[in-house]
Write a protein of this length. Structure first.
Length: 399
């Protein structure tokens, strides 16, 4: 009798679980479909490598049997950093591929273009790779969480650093003429207040421009002793190289999206890039200090198996791997309830998550009012061979 009752209960649970899965787009008892959009080609293709890292990490999850019996079908499309293409792909992912949710969509322009559509369809956009401050406004983006320190926070950290390092100097900002670049300029305005106009000269560039050489020549003439580059890797590399060519030697600060050795410093010249400062959340896989670190050893073993031959100085692969671990953490935390309601709920209930490739002291804590996976950065300086990490975790309120 008891066995019959237990069997009946087990059957009921199985039926309910199967029913719930069937009711959630992209979820079956054997699979969960997740969507991503990246600039695998085009002017920002260097940061599209994040998507390559995620795809490889998802493969490693599936090779381990998946999560709770389900394999992850991560479907990623190339928008070439074009907002219209991002919208086209988002519609395909939702309406044709029927993904359960979007994960790690990369780029401020594309995320901006697709946000309204995804919200209207009730599709969570988890861990988007954009630091635009607007996405941190939970009331306007209730189904969104972010995986970059907001550009506003990052900009204030840099403004604070420069006013301490060069208190009497003038600062130059080369910024991408979109939400990405403008957030950094606004952060300096908010931090410097009435001093902004006399201490800062800011010049923009369009993502479609072939070079930023003329902007760098113009900024040199301002007499600035520091240069913040707020854009993407291609233009960061050009800015470093051109400053060197015209014998301008400002303290150069790169924003996090341009902080990769492989994408920004190598094209500019590793020696030429000596002294460049960046804010980061991840460990550097070629830094000797992490040689015995378990997280880095696992990452390098992963690269050897799933991405052999890639340039490990290209930090965007590492960030993609880290995003993959975050995706795994989230799905495991959801348990067997992979409804869209629970996905966003769990994405906003991450508690003291310490991923093994993230710098010590930086933890992920989200809530109903804080949708940012990262709110802190640590500053590091390029020595010509590796990074010298010289700060503790900093946020917008750090002294």
């Amino acid at each position: 009798m008891l066995r019959t009752f237990a069997a009946a209960c087990a059957l009921m649970v199985a039926l309910v679980t199967s029913s719930l899965a069937a009711e959630t787009p992209g979820v079956t008892t054997k699979e969960i479909r997740v969507g991503g959009i990246f600039p695998f080609s085009g002017p920002a293709s260097a940061i599209g490598l994040v998507g390559r890292g995620i795809l490889a990490y998802v493969q490693s999850i599936n090779d381990r049997g998946g999560i709770n019996g389900r394999k992850i079908n991560y479907i990623a499309y190339d928008d070439a950093y074009s907002p219209p293409k991002a919208v086209e792909h988002a519609r395909k992912l939702v309406e044709s591929d029927e993904v359960a949710f979007m994960f790690s969509q990369l780029g401020t322009p594309g995320n901006t273009a697709t946000a309204k559509y995804l919200k209207s369809r009730g599709v969570p956009a988890i861990g988007i790779v954009s630091g635009s401050s607007k996405f941190t406004e939970v009331a306007n983006f209730p189904l969104t969480t972010t995986s970059l320190v907001s550009f506003d926070t990052e900009g204030k950290i840099y403004a604070k650093y420069l006013t301490k390092a060069l208190p009497e100097a003038k600062y130059a900002i080369l910024y991408q003429n979109d939400d990405l670049g403008k957030d950094y300029v606004n952060a300096f305005k908010q931090f410097l207040r009435s001093d902004f106009d006399k201490k800062v000269v800011a010049v923009s560039y369009e993502i479609s421009e072939p070079t930023v050489d003329s902007q760098i020549v113009s900024l040199k003439s301002s007499g600035a002793a520091a240069l913040l580059v707020a854009g993407t890797p291609k233009f960061a590399a050009q800015a470093i190289r051109k400053a060197h060519e015209i014998n301008w030697k400002p303290l150069i600060v790169l924003n996090y999206p341009s902080s990769s050795v492989g994408a920004s410093l190598k094209p500019a010249g590793l020696d030429v890039s000596t002294g460049v400062v960046v804010g980061t959340v991840t460990k550097d896989p070629v830094d000797p200090r992490w040689a015995t670190d378990e997280g880095m050893k696992n990452y390098l073993a992963f690269i050897d198996k799933y991405m052999p031959g890639v340039d490990i100085t290209e930090n965007n692969y590492l960030f993609g791997y880290t995003q993959g671990m975050l995706l795994e953490t989230l799905i495991r935390q959801c348990g067997d309830d992979l409804s869209r309601e629970n996905i966003i709920k769990q994405a906003k209930h991450l508690r003291d998550v310490e991923l093994p490739t993230i710098l010590p002291g930086i933890k992920i804590n989200t809530s109903e009012t804080i949708n940012m996976n990262y709110t802190q950065l640590r500053l590091q300086r390029w020595t010509g061979k590796d990074w010298d990490l010289f700060s503790e975790p900093l946020d917008a309120t750090s002294e």
